[in-house]
Design a protein around this ligand. Structure first.
Ligand SMILES: [Zn+2]
Length: 379
């Protein structure tokens, strides 16, 4: 493919609105593109509008799984954008558009690398398996589904093209979202004894939870401290009524040393303690989302090869890091050992989830060449 075609693929992907839905259109586009270059693929249905896509080049072992998500976040306030978010626009060497960096460029680069290798009769041995997912931004349902259906079972390594730029991320925190509900009894505020103040009980819980979980001493040498925050709160109906209902949401960033399941169990214990110590407390929790932390080998063959390839192409000694954010690896690696080979490496910068999101054109093109080299050297 020449440079114009490579930009056109990204432009076509950005033109398809996949804000938290409609990945079917991107899956169909990629299926068609791959098929035009002799590569078969399967659409894996999640719902009528949401399909994952799986495609392979080569055959046999080892199997290198490569992944990108097809959804984006919402465009936000359109008036804040300097350009049309669904029209890829070049300015000063950068390509602007919704999903340009997170992560339609990474996805396009993986697909184009596979096409170019296939056309040159690579790989000679082993398999590159593309796992293009739905719903990474909310829920990681696509990665969950593909893992459940066995697409990671025989994988020897995983590369995700999320937008880290010239950095290797090999470990990241998990994420646990829970809702806490406090049920009381509504009453007129002049007769508080006939009511039961749900807000007071919720506040008691939140204050104890904050003192227990804000400073647990739980820490990871690469990613740092466990993170706990109350992020939303709602309750009551009017100023002159005792509130019968209140609720709050909590987000935690979990660690291999303090997993989502352990945190959940400790929060449940606090709820149980308060409910049993106070007859009028009716607190309960519900899990909204639970993603595992990812811990992978720092010295894997995949990371070593990626380091050599990155040095060749950029001249940089690319560092290895851990991050607080989560990726589809939380699902893909849930049954894998801690020394599994994983790297997040894709065209990136600090504009994901922001208006005027862009990817640097040169970096996008360079990643296509780096992916080709990584695939061939790894297999
Ligand atoms: Zn992303």
């Amino acid at each position: 493919m020449d440079e114009t075609e490579k930009i056109q693929v990204l432009s076509d992907l950005v033109a398809i609105n996949t804000a938290n839905d409609n990945e079917k259109e991107v899956a169909e586009y990629l299926q068609n593109l791959l098929s035009n270059h002799g590569i078969q693929s399967q659409m894996i249905k999640y719902s009528d509008t949401r399909y994952n896509l799986v495609a392979e080049i080569g055959s046999g072992k080892p199997v290198l799984a490569v992944s990108g998500h097809m959804d984006t976040v919402d465009a936000g306030d359109i008036k804040e954008w300097d350009t049309d978010p669904h029209k890829l626009t070049e300015r000063d060497g950068n390509l602007y558009g919704l999903g340009a960096v997170d992560m339609k460029s990474g996805l396009a680069a993986l697909v184009i690398a596979m096409i170019e290798l296939h056309e040159n009769n690579h790989p000679k041995s082993g398999t590159v398996r593309l796992l293009a997912t739905i719903a990474e931004e909310v829920g990681e349902y696509g990665a969950d589904q593909l893992t459940t259906q066995g697409y990671m079972d025989d994988a020897d390594a995983l590369l995700i093209g999320e937008p880290g730029g010239y950095n290797f991320v090999y470990t990241h925190m998990g994420s646990l979202d829970i809702k806490v509900t406090s049920e009381g009894k509504a009453a007129h505020s002049s007769m508080p004894d006939s009511g039961n103040n749900a807000i007071d009980h919720l506040l008691d819980f939140l204050s104890q939870a904050n003192s227990q979980f804000k400073d647990t001493g739980k820490s990871d040498p690469v990613m740092g401290d466990f993170i706990f925050n109350v992020t939303t709160i709602k309750g009551g109906t009017q100023v002159n009524a005792i509130p019968g209902h209140a609720e709050a949401e909590i987000n935690s960033r979990t660690l291999p040393e303090y997993t989502s399941d352990q945190v959940l169990s400790d929060i449940q214990s606090l709820v149980d303690k308060l409910n049993s110590a106070n007859n009028d407390y009716h607190l309960s929790i519900k899990v909204i989302m639970k993603l595992n932390p990812v811990k992978a080998a720092k010295d894997s063959k995949l990371l070593k090869i990626a380091g050599e390839v990155a040095k060749d192409h950029t001249g940089l000694d690319v560092g290895k890091y851990g991050v607080a954010g989560t990726t589809d690896a939380a699902m893909f690696l849930r049954d894998k050992p801690d020394d599994f080979a994983f790297v997040m490496f894709g065209p990136g910068n600090d504009t994901p989830h922001q208006v005027n999101e862009y990817v640097n054109k040169e970096m996008y093109l360079k990643f296509i060449d780096m992916y080709k080299d990584i695939f061939v050297k790894y297999l």
